[in-house]
Design a protein around this ligand. Structure first.
Ligand code: 5GP
Length: 188
């Protein structure tokens, strides 16, 4: 990949299935790699340090901000999340494309450092489907689910800032649609 600093940004409401679509895509598109974010959110059961996130204490997150280690960081659903510069560097050094899965506020901020970033929004067929998916995965409290649904309504208002919107009806089909967009955009 000749042009470094290329980036793919994927956003979408919590529960929409972004994680599953990205996992599917990464399983066959070897030229892209997920940049692991840092977060102050508590680790969920089954999550691993350095695989799902770098789990930072508030103090460590403060230090990382002070040392300019983030390309962007935001408060999402009450916790801090940030894209680490060194993650993007690590991926680019392998001649791969970095993929970040971040919220809509973060996506807007990242445009400043990566104006050519490909920005994709993954949406659900309806709000009711989204709510159903969030409840079914049973990883959040009722209070957290309410917060995530209310945030989803705000996030969906931001789709106009994205290059592409994918309606996630099927994980496989969505990943294939995204693959096609990436191949076209980056001449892969
Ligand atoms: P979760 O707590 O479900 O793992 O993630 C909540 C939300 O945080 C996700 O929808 C994701 O888009 C967002 N997020 C994850 N990493 C980052 C990041 O590095 N920066 C920003 N701005 N948002 C992030």
């Amino acid at each position: 990949m000749k042009n470094k600093n290329l980036l793919i940004v994927i956003s979408g409401p919590s529960g929409v299935g972004k994680g599953s679509v990205i996992k599917e895509l990464l399983s066959y598109l070897e030229t892209i790699e997920l940049a692991i974010s840092a977060t102050t959110r508590k680790k969920r059961e089954g999550e691993e340090e350095g695989k799902d996130y770098y789990f930072f204490s508030d103090d460590i997150f403060d230090k990382a901000i002070k040392n300019d280690e983030f390309i962007e960081w935001c408060i999402v659903h009450g916790n801090r999340y940030g894209t680490l510069r060194k993650e993007i560097r690590r991926i680019n050094n392998k001649n791969k494309l970095g993929l970040v899965e971040i919220d809509t506020k973060g996506a807007r901020k990242i445009k400043k450092s990566f104006p050519d970033a490909l920005q994709i929004f993954i949406s659900a067929p309806t709000m009711a489907v989204l709510e159903e998916r969030l409840k079914r995965r049973k990883t959040e409290s009722n209070e957290d689910i309410t917060k995530r649904i209310s945030n989803a309504k705000e996030e969906i208002k931001k789709i106009k800032h994205y290059d592409y919107v994918i309606i996630n009806d099927s994980i496989f089909d969505s990943s294939k649609e995204i693959e096609e967009i990436i191949r076209k955009r980056f001449n892969l």
